[in-house]
Design a protein around this ligand. Structure first.
Ligand SMILES: NC(=O)c1ccc[n+]([C@@H]2O[C@H](COP(=O)([O-])OP(=O)(O)OC[C@H]3O[C@@H](n4cnc5c(N)ncnc54)[C@H](OP(=O)(O)O)[C@@H]3O)[C@@H](O)[C@H]2O)c1
Length: 244
């Protein structure tokens, strides 16, 4: 299969890319750190990928998206799977008091993803096949005090994906929304870990399986579906007092 991974140096994306490499797939990788990207490409070749190409890009530069997606398509010829994985966890206090700070993270977590989806959708619609998978978050399902700026951007993407899924359905293009819970990755390095935490490899398995099964919305691990059902059911009068 021909796989495009955007934000390829994320811990979850690396674990996913390794699974595709072991299946001898072809990969095109996009991430902003050129050195880590070329190390990752070499690692994936050793693990079995049939071909790997990469492009370094700061994904906040939305004006460059059309060209980089065109480059990926030229290399892969046909994009079977496109995974969007990049993201940042902003400092909530800074984001809540400084609009520029909020805008920076909303650009990375929300607007840059929508720009990429706009380009990918055009190409997938034209080829009349393929799957677009995007890593959002359970944080997008209810605005919590400690991370509502992050959650708002993820919610924007999840809502966008729902509409996009409907639009692309008749073109045989599938859209998967992957919503991880707490994952032990560089993004969360500063937090103490507990029972609910999982490894990037667990989420990666879920991504590969949900793409193969053409699932719609996937919680990773699956128990987050039930946790979120509970969180959503908490009455607002109580929820607004909760600091978690
Ligand atoms: N970890 C969790 O608990 C958790 C939970 C729910 C959802 N998620 C989501 O899962 C996805 C992957 O995160 P992760 O846990 O694997 O964390 P991670 O290893 O820290 O990955 C985040 C990646 O995003 C990249 N990135 C950030 N801003 C970028 C930009 N402007 N241009 C290009 N790349 C950029 C980073 O690149 P650099 O390496 O160059 O900085 C990094 O590779 C993210 O969308 C995240 O929001 C994570």
């Amino acid at each position: 299969m021909k796989i495009l991974i955007i934000g390829a140096t994320s811990a979850i994306a690396i674990a996913t890319a390794r699974l595709y490499a072991e299946r001898r797939d072809h990969l095109f990788l996009i991430a902003r750190n050129a050195e880590r990207l070329s190390d990752l490409a070499a690692d994936l070749r050793v693990r079995g990928a049939q071909s790997v190409a990469c492009k370094a890009l700061n994904l906040d530069e939305v004006g460059a998206h059309a060209a980089v997606i065109a480059e990926a398509e030229a290399f892969l010829q046909h994009i079977d799977v496109a995974l969007i994985a990049h993201g940042v966890l902003p400092d909530q206090t800074a984001s809540a008091t400084d609009y520029k700070h909020a805008l920076n993270s909303i650009t990375t977590n929300g607007l840059s993803v929508i720009s990429l989806l706009t380009e990918l959708a055009k190409r997938m619609q034209a080829q009349r096949s393929g799957t677009i998978a995007v890593i959002t978050s359970v944080a997008g399902m209810r605005g919590r005090q400690p991370n509502y700026v992050y959650g708002a951007a993820k919610a924007m993407v999840s809502t966008y994906l729902q509409g996009l899924r409907g639009r692309l359905h008749e073109f045989n293009v599938h859209v998967v929304d992957i919503r991880p819970g707490l994952v032990d990755s560089p993004m969360t390095a500063q937090f103490p870990k507990g029972l609910l935490w999982s490894r990037p490899e667990v989420v990666a398995n879920k991504i590969v399986n949900s793409v193969a099964r053409k699932q719609h919305t996937v919680y990773a691990p699956g128990y987050w579906r039930w946790i979120l059902l509970f969180v959503i059911a908490i009455p607002e009068a109580l929820f607004k007092r909760m600091k978690f």
